[in-house]
Ligand binder design. Structure first.
Ligand code: F3S
Length: 376
């Protein structure tokens, strides 16, 4: 309660309002460290009062040995999950809680942490959340409330700039590139996109992740698509154009293009949907990953189980790849596993894998990622 009241005072909230779910960051041992474990364990006795799930951990909680994670790291990671479980938090680690069945309704107030999940909740579902830190999301999960400020208020959900998309976006990574570019421009403003055609939930997931990584965008609108687009436009906002030149610029100037050979192609930032896993399976079917390279798809435990049932997992494994639940390429101890060069199809993954996992990250589309690890 002290955390929530302090936040409310800083942001001049008029009151605390009820929230219906929480998604809590601060889960991987990489980001939490020993002090974080101690703090979490000191909360013993408290219990969440609303449905609450976790952000990705640093490893697959069941298959960390297959990932070749150091047992000492794994021991600490499991200690973190156990501490959350004692607080009543569901040990489901994903940045796509909406693919785990946590789908808030239009206008519902929630307390979610991970930036792409926040973007999805606010923009695609029309729910309302600020970009919560791990401790404030956990506090909301326990108290069942959040301070009423920021994106919980109508006046902060209006568009601050218009982005006119003048190029055809062909791949999911193109949406990710647009998001990153627009995020840099928008900062913490609310962008309104015009000219996007053929969008679906996977593309919007990629767009939001890019926006949250390039800037600190928590909400966007897409003309004719997202639920609040009709009420979002205000007069006299600046307009920007995103064309072929800007799209290429993200791939070549902001990030490095994918070379012929990498140690790891990592797909699933944000966590892969079932259709994305299927696409990977189709691309590797009957082919073989090079002996000195790896192909990992990161997703939630729910999607992994569905992929298993659909046979996609068998196809990816037969090619020498793997689908991991719970983890994230940017939060995994890649360097300790001898991984130096990583190909990704997500601008967010390229940004954070370089920043947090401290490896060389290369950005391209899914096909390029796969080809960089396929045996010829
Ligand atoms: Fe999710 Fe990790 Fe990407 S938390 S959005 S897979 S950087």
């Amino acid at each position: 309660m002290e955390i929530l009241v302090a936040l409310g005072e800083i942001y001049e909230a008029d009151r605390l309002i009820p929230v219906s779910s929480a998604q809590i960051a601060g889960v991987s041992y990489t980001s939490l460290g020993d002090d974080g474990i101690e703090w979490l364990e000191s909360l013993e006795g408290a219990h969440v009062t609303i449905p609450a799930v976790l952000n990705p951990a640093g490893m697959d909680l069941e298959n960390w040995r297959r990932m070749e994670v150091d047992p000492e790291y794994a021991r600490k990671q499991i200690r973190i999950i156990e501490a959350y479980k004692r607080l009543g938090v569901r040990p489901l680690c994903s940045c796509t809680p909406y693919l785990l069945g946590m789908v808030p309704m239009l206008g519902a107030h929630v307390a979610w942490s991970e930036s792409s999940a926040v973007c999805y909740a606010n923009s695609v579902l029309g729910a309302r959340t600020n970009r919560e830190g791990g401790p404030s999301a956990l506090a909301s999960a326990i108290i069942g409330k959040t301070p009423n400020y920021g994106y919980h208020l109508d006046e902060n959900r209006k568009a601050g700039l218009i982005i006119e998309v003048e190029v055809e976006l062909k791949t999911i990574s193109d949406y990710s590139a647009l998001g990153y570019w627009a995020g840099k421009l928008a900062g913490s403003n609310v962008p309104y996109f015009k000219g996007l055609k053929g969008v679906d939930s996977v593309r919007l997931k990629a767009l939001g992740a890019g926006l949250g990584a390039g800037g600190s965008v928590a909400l966007y609108h897409v003309k004719g698509v997202t639920p609040e687009h009709k009420t979002a436009l205000v007069e006299r906002v600046e307009r920007h154009q995103f064309g072929e030149v800007e799209l290429r610029e993200v791939y070549t100037n902001y990030f490095k293009p994918i070379p012929d050979r990498v140690d790891l192609a990592a797909i699933g930032c944000p966590h892969a949907s079932l259709d994305e896993v299927k696409e990977v399976a189709e691309l590797v079917k009957g082919r073989r990953i090079k002996d000195d390279s790896r192909l990992w798809v990161f997703t939630s435990i729910a999607v992994k189980r569905m992929a298993e049932r659909c046979g996609y997992l068998d196809i990816i494994r037969a090619a020498g790849g793997e689908v991991y639940a719970d983890g994230c390429m940017a939060l995994a101890p890649l360097k300790d596993m001898g991984i130096e060069k990583v190909a990704v199809n997500s601008s967010k993954a390229a940004f954070y894998t370089r920043l947090l996992a401290k490896v060389d990250a290369y950005f391209g589309d899914l096909r390029q990622c796969i080809e960089s690890v396929i045996e010829r």
